[in-house]
Design a protein around this ligand. Sequence first.
Ligand code: NAP
Length: 475
Amino acid sequence: MGEATSIVIFGASGDLARRKLLPALYNLYLKGRLTEPLNIVGISRTPFSHTEWRERLSAGVLEHSPLSWDRSRWEEFAHHIWYVPGNASIPEDMQRLNNFLAGRELGTGRRLYYLSVAPPLYVPIVHNLGALGMHQETQGWRRAIFEKPFGTDLVSARALNEEIHSYFDESQVFRIDHYLGKETIQNIIYLRFANAIFEPMWNREHVDNVQISALEAVDVGTRGGYYDDFGVFRDMFQNHMLQMMMLTAIEPPEYFDADLIRDEKVRLLNSVRPIQPQDVICGQYGGYNPADDSDSSVRTATYAAMRIWVDNERWRGVPFYLRSGKALARKRTDIIINFRRTPQRMLGGRQSIPNALSICLQPDEGVQLAIDAKVPDTASDTRRVHMGFRYDHAFAATPIPEAYERLLHDVMQGDASLFARSDGIEAAWQLMDPVIRQSEQGMPLLYTPGGQGPPAADALLTRAGHVWDDGCGGS
Ligand SMILES: NC(=O)c1ccc[n+]([C@@H]2O[C@H](COP(=O)([O-])OP(=O)(O)OC[C@H]3O[C@@H](n4cnc5c(N)ncnc54)[C@H](OP(=O)(O)O)[C@@H]3O)[C@@H](O)[C@H]2O)c1
């Protein structure tokens, strides 16, 4: 029998475990990507039996991953699932967990610890793991996954990194940004570096501006308390928005290697000019219900748009416009590369419509290139038309896997390419901290729920002669 693999989920009774992690592990099992002997061991304070936790998880898979549901395969899989009730911040409970794992591993085994708990529990759990030597790799690798958010500012992220590094080596640490597990996000790198036609155009000579949007139709709903503390900058910009920008803008690494990619990301963030207050627009939708009437709750931004300048050879002078918000007209996430206009001479002085490459992340995942085409039966009229592909057409036989599936598999393979490194997390906070501080001093602009966000976000672009692109599925 080979070496055992134990996947330990702290926060076993929680939403993420039920809705995402176990469905992802089940799908990996169906694809034969989990090696056996296998133990999936959950811990949280709720007193489930093994059977009760399995039943809760099977309902989660049925609800959230119904296409892969197969009762007999699930029952096979469920034989690997165990539950240890306990409070992970109490050393005695952690010791019980360790004993349970050791009993199942029979001496040797690799362990993946998934901290699917609220961030204040990261330090006590790391401390208990360390005090019991559960991080030591004497009997197989030990890896730890930390959920987002990782810190709330530079100081707290740095303190958390230090605490983790007092036991775990950076190579054992995987900080999740689930956006990076999405196929469409990974495709940014392939689009850029596997297609010879794009890279020569990917610079200030040819690109006029870049727009990154992550817009949601839903409002904050019942997450009010959490959201008051985070707002759109901590919830979206410090992680997902900057990650999308980094993948769009980094220099090609010499070869595809986790550390080389992450080196390039940090280099990119370090070349971003400090973001100026006049380049940031904050909004709050009408009817936002703060958890309390404290100043910070009332000022929570549910929308932000900003202009970012990257001061390096490739991008100097090209604005990157980022926007994200809630309670907007429609849900869409995309990256639009707007190219420069062609010289007008050939078209008899008429302005061409500039090309735009849209990387559509959701919905309708795919890529579209907008080109200027002559309208038939006219002397010289042109119109914007689109060439493109959609994942659901081009890869109809291969449904897009959930981000967590890819990420969990990568951790087990020891591939950290899609995870944030400590210096990357800190560089992102360094950039965002002043923006957050500034936003907390003013009142956000009110915008109408179901609309386009505050009009000032349009003015941020129009003053430079730009407009927000309609994005994928737009005109
Ligand atoms: N849910 C999502 O879609 C999502 C998305 C992105 C990031 N995240 C992040 O993922 C993490 C988990 O989120 P979640 O939505 O699953 O939260 P959740 O539903 O509130 O679950 C938290 C879990 O922690 C457990 N817990 C609390 N104190 C504990 C302790 N002392 N010892 C052991 N377990 C303890 C709770 O169970 P007991 O009460 O039974 O102990 C529960 O199982 C958070 O960091 C969150 O920010 C979640």
